[in-house]
Design a protein around this ligand. Structure first.
Ligand code: SAH
Length: 308
C-alpha cells in the first residue's frame, strides 16, 4: 500500500462500530479470533464502507443501490495517492492541493468513491461521469446529502455509451488529471466467471443453482464489462484523449490485467504520448495505473505556474 494510505493493517472494528453501530451485527470473530466481517456478504461490506467513510472522511450519508459495486476503500485510496505523487513529480515534489485542482473521474459509479476520497485527502474538486443514469443518481444523492461535498463534486451523464471524453469536456475546460477504473471484462460470461472465481476463493464453493452470484463487492453487469474488454475501453480513451490533449494535464487509467499493458503502450506510442506505469500492491494483489500526457516541458511549466 502507499505509505500515505490510511487504511493499512487491520480494520479497527472497535472504533468503526462506535461511530457506526449498524456495523456491529456483521462483526464476528475469525477462526484466528480477530474481529472481521463476511466479505462475501454485500450488506456487510456496505456497512463496513459506510463506517470507514464516516470515520476517515466525515461522510455521514452513503449508500449504493442493491447490486451496484461496493468498492474496497484501501485499494481505491492507493490510486489517488499515486496520482498525488505523480502531480507532485511535475511540481518540485509539492502535491497540488485544494479545490482549484480539478480531477475528471471517468465512470464515477454509484458509490462516488474516488471523489469522496480525493476530496477528503487533498481537497480536490471533481467532475464524475457515467453512462449509467442510476449510478449517477446514486452519486448525486451522496453529494447532496453530505454538505462537505456540495460544490466540490459535479456529476455529468455521458450520453453516448461509445464515448468516453467526447461530448463531456467543454472547449476551453481544463482538468489537472483524469482518472478511471474501467469496466474490464470482455463479456457478461467473463464477468460471471470472475465472480464465480472470487466466490470460490472465499471458500463458498460453486453456487448450487449454477447461476453466478454477484461479485462479492457487488457490481451491476454494465459496471463490469464492455465489448472488447479493458483494452478496447482504454484504446478508445486514448484515441479521445488526443482530441483533448491540451484540456488535461495528465490522463490516467487503472489496468486490471498486466497482459493488457503492451497493447495499451502500443496505442500510446502510436499517438505520441509520454507515458508511465505506476505500480501498486495491496497485500497479494498487484495493480497498476498507466498515465500519459501530450504536453511538452514548456507547456507543463506554464500549466504549473498558472494553476498550482
Ligand atoms: N469508479 C467506481 C466505478 C467503477 S465501475 C469504482 O471504482 O468503484 C466502471 C464504471 O464505468 C461503471 O459505473 C460504468 O457504468 C461506467 N462506464 C462504463 N462505460 C462508460 C463510459 N463510456 N463513460 C463513462 N462511464 C462509463
Amino acid at each position: 500500500m502507499h505509505p500515505r494510505n490510511r487504511h493499512t493493517g487491520h480494520y479497527d472494528f472497535k472504533e468503526l462500530t462506535k461511530i457506526s453501530p449498524e456495523l456491529a451485527p456483521f462483526v464476528a470473530p475469525s477462526p484466528r479470533g480477530e474481529s472481521t466481517i463476511d466479505f462475501a456478504n454485500p450488506e456487510a461490506v456496505k456497512a463496513l464502507n459506510s463506517s470507514l467513510l464516516k470515520l476517515f472522511y466525515g461522510i455521514t450519508e452513503w449508500d449504493v443501490p442493491t447490486g451496484y459495486l461496493c468498492p474496497p476503500i484501501p485499494g481505491r485510496s492507493d490510486y489517488l495517492h499515486e496520482i498525488a505523487d505523480l502531480l507532485s513529480s511535475y511540481n518540485d515534489d509539492v502535491i497540488p492541493q485544494g479545490n482549484s485542482v480539478r480531477v475528471l473521474d471517468i465512470g464515477v459509479g454509484a458509490s462516488c468513491i474516488y471523489p469522496i476520497i480525493g476530496h477528503g485527502e487533498y481537497g480536490w474538486s471533481f467532475v464524475g461521469t457515467d453512462v449509467d443514469p442510476i449510478a449517477l443518481d446514486s452519486a448525486k444523492k451522496i453529494v447532496q446529502k453530505n454538505e462537505k461535498l456540495n460544490g466540490a463534486i459535479e456529476l455529468r451523464l455521458q450520453k453516448s455509451p461509445t464515448d468516453i471524453l467526447n461530448g463531456l469536456i467543454a472547449k476551453n475546460e481544463v482538468f489537472d488529471v483524469s482518472i478511471c477504473n474501467p469496466p474490464f471484462h470482455a463479456s457478461l460470461a467473463e464477468a460471471q466467471a470472475g465472480s464465480r472465481r472470487k466466490w470460490n476463493n472465499l471458500g463458498k464453493g460453486a453456487p448450487r443453482s449454477g447461476v453466478a452470484p454477484k461479485l462479492n463487492f457487488g457490481g451491476q453487469d454494465s459496471e463490469l464489462w464492455c465489448a472488447g474488454g479493458e483494452v478496447a475501453f482504454v484504446r478508445r480513451m486514448i484515441e479521445q484523449s488526443v482530441e483533448h490533449a491540451k484540456n488535461v494535464f495528465c490522463f490516467s487509467t487503472l489496468i486490471s490485467k498486466e497482459v493488457n499493458l503492451p497493447a495499451v503502450f502500443t496505442e500510446l506510442h502510436k499517438v505520441g504520448a509520454e507515458a508511465t506505469t505506476l505500480e501498486m500492491t495491496q497485500g497479494q494483489k498487484k495493480s497498476r495505473v498507466v498515465a500519459w500526457t501530450f504536453l511538452n516541458d514548456k507547456e507543463q511549466q506554464e500549466w504549473r505556474k498558472k494553476r498550482w
